[in-house]
Design a protein around this ligand. Sequence first.
Ligand code: UD1
Length: 430
Amino acid sequence: MEKFVITGGKPLRGEVTISGAKNAAVGILPATILAADVCVVENLPDISDVAVSLKILSVLGAQIRMLDRNTYEIDTTHLTGTNVPDDLSRQMRASYYFLGALLSRFGKAQVAMPGGCNLGPRPIDQHLKVFSALGAEDSVDYGMITVRAKELNGAHIFFDKVSVGATMNGMLSAVMAKGQTILENCAKEPHVVDLANFLNMCGADVRGAGTDVIKVRGVEKMHGCTYSIIPDQIEAGSYMVAAAATGGDVLIKNVTPKHLEPITAKLRRAGITVEEFDDAVRVVAKGRLTSTQVKTLPYPGYPTDMQPQIGVVLALAKGTSTITESIFENRFKYLDELARMGANIKVEGNSATIEGVEKFTAARVSAPDLRAGAALCIAGLATEGITIVDDIVYIQRGYERFEEKLRSLGGIIEKVSSEKEIQKFKLKVG
Ligand code: UD1
């Protein structure tokens, strides 16, 4: 099992370039199915969720050519299958997008109940609500979801909950339905807009993405395009927090500062300087951080995917902070790990009260999920002594060259796979 060994307590300094957005990539790759043509997708992050999505496309019969590490040519003209193999769909949450895309093109799809991070119950009733409103029938058998429709017809759907996945699946399944589909109470995240832009480049007619109401006018046929994925808001935010927690000074390049505003606002409240440029932000931390209150909300609120990272900052901030998690029930597991490093935190229901400590103490901790794993590494980088983070397979799902980028900022972090390698690291860093 691979793990990260980290020796911290040194400010991170320098420049880091952000990769393409994971949550956009995992929607756009299945969307290439709708083109039934050749698409070139640029700025794809080199992470395992993208590798799994490409593998699924390939198993379904797509011809895939890697043009460079972050650019793939995908030809979905002659797909042969509509069933996503069980072992692949279980590897990531976003396999549900194959349901919408395959249903739209072929009128049928079968995907296993999606896997991904365990953040509490993650139902897909709102996804099925769209499929059913468009005329599809669904069934679940032995953990496999099957959807089928003779034809799809436009419909008016009001989501009971704001859901990124259901909004994106709504667009995927409606783009070639007959007539107009109106989706209300939609998620407004940047990756929702990115998927809509990709679909429109392929000939779809999707309007209003980024607002509460999305209107999709069904088209008969779509075509290929060349498309570049937006920068990853959460990866960028994670490096912003890494700079803040280590008292560093980091220029974060290839970002859309507008997408980072909820994160920037909270870091400023915690006493950090954030300078915004056209496509970069500079984060400078000096002196002790100050406490603040954070509540996770759908975009443009503070993102739940940045909750564990800000938790690390607040655990080091002077005074009492609170975090309220309003999206997922089970997203405080990392706090037990942070407590092993000396953090002082009390959790009640969906709220955490944090009494900031001056510093953490190094410990062996385990990554409970993707973002929490990154947060624990950041905590390690802010801590003198040797921190070991186990179960890093989660982190590799969502961060391209994580340790390499941190090392370029002066972080001392290495991936190891045995106790012997840990001992070697200990000897090396003294
Ligand atoms: C996506 C992101 C994930 C992020 C989350 C919230 C991807 C691949 N993943 O996950 O990183 O943390 O958005 O920003 O893009 N819900 C239902 N029924 C549904 C769907 C969702 O009750 O059919 C609930 C969920 O349990 C959750 C809330 O709605 O409480 C929001 O979930 P949703 O936005 O759908 O998250 P995901 O698409 O799973």
